[in-house]
Structures are given as C-alpha cells and as structure tokens.
Design a protein around this ligand. Structure first.
Ligand code: 5GP
Ligand code: MN
Length: 352
C-alpha cells in the first residue's frame, strides 16, 4: 500500500533540491516521535549535502539523550535555551520542515517566528485537523500511520536518494525513526498498521538494533519515576463513569525529583482496568496544568480534550492545558473540574 501522493513527492523533491538552508521544527516538550522524526530528517538531509538544523521549542527529556550523539547535538538548537539563535535560524532558512504538530500554536513561543517566516513550509504530521493553509506542502496522515516517524519513513523511502532501500538511510536516521515509531505506539501497543510492522522489519534488516532501543526506551528509567508511579496508582481515582484520573501537583513533582518527560506513559496504565473507559492525567507546571487524555475505542479523547481542556491530538490519545489561576487554581479544583466535565461528557447524548 502506498499512502503517499506521488505528485507531493515530486514537489518535495523540487523543494529539497532548491533548498540551501533547512530548519526542522517540532512540537513543545518534544517526545520520542518529535525528536526521532526530527533527527531522522536532519541526518538524512545532511547526508545529501544540505545544511539542516533541528529546532526544538524545549529541551528533549534526558531519557531520549541516547539518540543525540555529539554530531547531532551540534545540529540542534533549543529555543527555550537560545531564543534569539533559534529565531535567527528560522529567519535565515529558506525551507522549514514542520513535524509532529498540526498547528504553529503547538510550537509555543517560537510559533510566531515560524508562522511569519517567508520560507517554504512542509508539514509532515499525523495529528487530526492540520492547519493546511499555513503550509506550502502538507503530508498529513491521521488515520493511516502510527507516527510522524512512520510517515517520514515512507517519504524518505519514496525519494530517489534511497530508492526504497532502508539500508541507504544514515544509521542515525534509521535508529531515530524506529525510536519515534516505538515510543508513539508504546512499543506496538497502539495505532499500529500493517505498514508499521513492515517499516520495523525493514529497519531491523537495515541494521537498527532494536534491543538497544528497547533497553534505552523502556528499561532505563530512574528509580524516582517508578516510586512516583506507585503513588500515582495509589492516589488515582475512578469515577462512576469509568474515568480514571490523577492530578500531580508541583509539590509532589519536587518531592520525587521528577524531570520533564519522566511521567510519560503514566496515563496509559489505568486503561488496563476493565471498567476504565478514559484516563486523564494532569501535571502541574509553572503557569498551567498539562493534561494527558487516553481513551478506549468508542470514546473520543480528542473531543474531550478539545471541549474541556483547550487541546486536541488523536482520537484515542490527546492532550491539552489549563491555565493557573485563570482556569484552575490548584490540584483540588482540577480534580473537581475533571469529575464535573467528564460526567457531563459521558451523559451528554449529543456526543458524536
Ligand atoms: P501526551 O498526552 O502524550 O502529552 O499527548 C498526547 C497527544 O495529544 C499528542 O499527540 C499530542 O500532540 C497531543 N497534545 C498534547 N497536548 C496538546 C495540546 O495542548 N494541544 C493539542 N492540540 N494537542 C495536544
Ligand atoms: Mn507523534
């Protein structure tokens, strides 16, 4: 099955061949798919002689640091740490690849520079409702791929430089694509398609060390994370509507010494309980609660995120945010809000 429109590939080839300076941008708080697809894009573009840099709105989590070799680190700019340098790079780029987000607002404060840039903009993404108007060329596959990394894999395989042979990818790109797909599917648990397994098979045949990846992605957490997970499971509430939720406040985050990215995956665990239909995890940040929502088939996490939590994402995996103090003042209020809106959500027959 080829999900890619070949005329889009032709256009992309033209864009790449006339590009002199390329920036690749991904979403705030980059996860494995954002970082993986970003690294894959820049290492591939560099391998064909292009000046390509990855711009991250925030630093990647330490647990993904194994993907960032010294070479790659030299081609990454973190907006949060060096905003002027990031904006200057965006402004001097003739081409920008926008990956793993559907809208510039998902890139936080650097979104304005991206939106205002006169560069050719290529979107490569798998989220619902892409803002296609903002892009010169859009590759958007919300229903047919597991991840941006999988979509980028098909795109790279369709280019003449690889001719469909995964062995022609730089090793770092192959590993990063496999890492991005593996984290976004939670190791083949969610949103996998026939092509996802084919991609994995071809990448392993091309030399990707999956054991090394799994070791780094799933067996290399700090003890604090697991201790906090125990607290999460103990404190989690389940409402009569089958909504599991937990609100993590700043004090607890501090007490457990939890870093960005270290609560990744928590929200999935309550879905293993038979009566749970939806799981909501809120984590207090400086000026906001960050919201993660997961649901079982037949329940839309995406609609719930859009309607009540200023967010969006995928049908069964979405996120959002609630500002402090204008929307929610503290963890107690957040818990009451979750109970109230999910009760409304599950008892509102108008839900589509
Ligand atoms: P996570 O819960 O892993 O942070 O995010 C799950 C999904 O929801 C991801 O695909 C992510 O892109 C999306 N998402 C997370 N936060 C937001 C948000 O604030 N706004 C929107 N539109 N999507 C989000
Ligand atoms: Mn993704």
């Amino acid at each position: 099955m080829n999900i890619l429109d070949t005329s889009n590939i032709d256009r992309l080839q033209d864009i790449i061949s006339s590009a002199a300076r390329i920036s690749v941008a991904v979403h705030i708080h980059p996860d494995g798919d954002a970082l993986g697809s970003g690294i894959a894009a820049i290492t591939f573009l560099q391998s064909i002689g292009k000046d390509a840099v990855l711009i991250l709105p925030h630093m990647y989590p330490e647990s993904l640091g194994f993907l960032v070799t010294d070479d790659i680190a030299g081609s990454i700019i973190v907006y949060e740490n060096e905003p002027e340098r990031a904006v200057a790079r965006i402004n001097e780029s003739d081409t920008v690849f926008c990956q793993d987000f559907n809208d510039f607002s998902r890139t936080g404060d650097m979104g304005q520079a991206l939106a205002e840039s006169g560069a050719v903009k290529v979107l490569i993404d798998h989220h619902l409702y892409p803002d296609t108007e903002s892009f010169t060329l859009t590759f958007s596959e919300p229903d047919t791929v597991s991840s941006t990394s999988e979509l980028l894999y098909y795109i790279l395989m369709a280019l003449p430089q690889t001719g469909g042979d995964a062995k022609k990818l730089p090793a770092a790109a192959a590993t990063a694509l496999m890492a991005g797909m593996t984290t976004d599917t939670n190791n083949f648990a969610n949103s996998t398609h026939p092509g996802t397994f084919r991609m994995a098979s071809e990448l392993i045949a091309a030399g990707v060390d999956r054991d090394m990846l799994l070791g780094n992605l799933f067996n290399n957490f700090r003890e604090n994370r697991i201790r906090l997970m125990a607290k999460f499971l103990k404190d989690m509430k389940i409402t009569e509507d089958g909504v599991a939720y937990m609100v993590l406040d700043r004090k607890t985050i501090k007490k457990y010494g939890i870093q960005d990215g270290e609560t990744e995956g928590f929200v999935n665990i309550p879905l293993t309980i038979n009566k749970v239909r939806m799981s909501i995890f809120m984590r207090q940040d400086k000026d906001r609660f960050r919201v993660s929502i997961r649901s079982k088939r037949g329940v839309s996490a995406n609609i719930c995120a859009k309607r009540y939590f200023n967010g969006g994402g995928h049908e069964l995996a979405s996120g959002g945010r609630m500002m402090i103090p204008s929307e929610l003042r503290n963890a107690g209020e957040a818990a009451r809000y979750i109970e109230k809106v999910t009760h409304e959500y599950f008892n509102d027959t108008a839900n589509d």
